[in-house]
Write a protein that binds this ligand. Structure first.
Ligand code: ADP
Ligand code: ADP
Length: 228
């Protein structure tokens, strides 16, 4: 159970209000997209959910649990950043396996880990890269491996911040359907940040349009879509 409730979230940096007053309920298993221009407060919203910033006001509940009472490390959320941090001295395969060996995910058997890695590498099209080192990958391939590192972790919530930004347009479009399918298969609640309108329409069960720290519109793709 991972229904997520954001209530009155607010975060300021000096005189800049990054997130001004966000309240929204995200359903268990929902693929929820936050769409908005650079500087709108999307990343700060994700970081607030992950506990990576101290909010000035408001609360985050996941599965009924008040996250302000849970240390970031113990929140069962997995966050992917736009940058692709990989262990340079480990192969792709080892990079993918390492998040499954530590922390709260240690309870998974090696068979379960293998199955999940298989599922994710197939979806992301990186099976043929498993024995390579990060320096032997293109930027787009690195970004897919970094996304894979997040998705192999069985988490209550995935927080994905522009995870396809370094892929070329063709691959980015191809990955949309795959990502959506992966979300449905694992039934994990996903909050996905993008500035790409088409990507938001393709992926979201619901889309929240964010501007200047506020969610100015929330709806299904049908409700958000309009003729240019
Ligand atoms: P987005 O992800 O939509 O591009 P951000 O959440 O990164 O937006 O940023 C929202 C606003 O907060 C921007 O004006 C940004 O400059 C500011 N901001 C974000 N992080 C910091 C920080 N660590 N220090 C100061 N200002 C920040
Ligand atoms: P391990 O012993 O689990 O292989 P390390 O000792 O190499 O991990 O690193 C410890 C922690 O430092 C990791 O859990 C990770 O969060 C962080 N870290 C170190 N190097 C990297 C890297 N290149 N990319 C991402 N995270 C890293």
């Amino acid at each position: 159970m991972a229904t997520m409730e954001l209530r009155g979230l607010r975060k300021t940096y000096g005189k800049t209000t990054a997130v001004s007053d966000i309240s929204v309920d995200i359903a268990d298993g929902e693929f929820f997209v936050i769409l908005g221009p650079s500087g709108a407060g999307k990343t700060t919203t994700l970081k607030s959910i992950a506990g990576l910033v101290d909010v000035d006001a408001g609360s985050v509940h996941i599965g009924g649990v008040d996250m302000t009472r849970v240390e970031p490390y113990h929140r069962n959320v997995a966050m992917a950043f736009e940058s692709y941090a990989l262990y340079p001295q480990k192969t792709v395969s080892e990079n993918l396996a390492s998040p499954l060996k530590s922390g709260r995910t240690g309870k998974y058997s090696s068979a379960q880990r293998g199955e999940r890695i298989d599922q994710v590498t197939t979806t992301l099209g990186i099976n043929h890269l498993l024995q390579r080192f990060p320096r032997e990958l293109s930027n787009g391939q690195r970004q897919r491996v970094a996304l894979g590192r997040v998705l192999v972790r069985p988490a209550d919530v995935y927080l994905l911040d522009e995870p396809l930004s370094h892929l070329d347009a063709k691959l980015r479009a191809a990955m949309r359907a795959e990502l959506k399918q992966l979300g449905q298969m694992s039934n994990t609640t996903t909050v996905y940040v993008t500035h790409d309108y088409q990507e938001a329409l393709a992926l979201g069960d619901r889309i929240a349009v964010m501007r200047e720290g506020e969610l100015v519109q929330i709806g299904t793709p049908q409700e958000i879509w309009r003729r240019p």
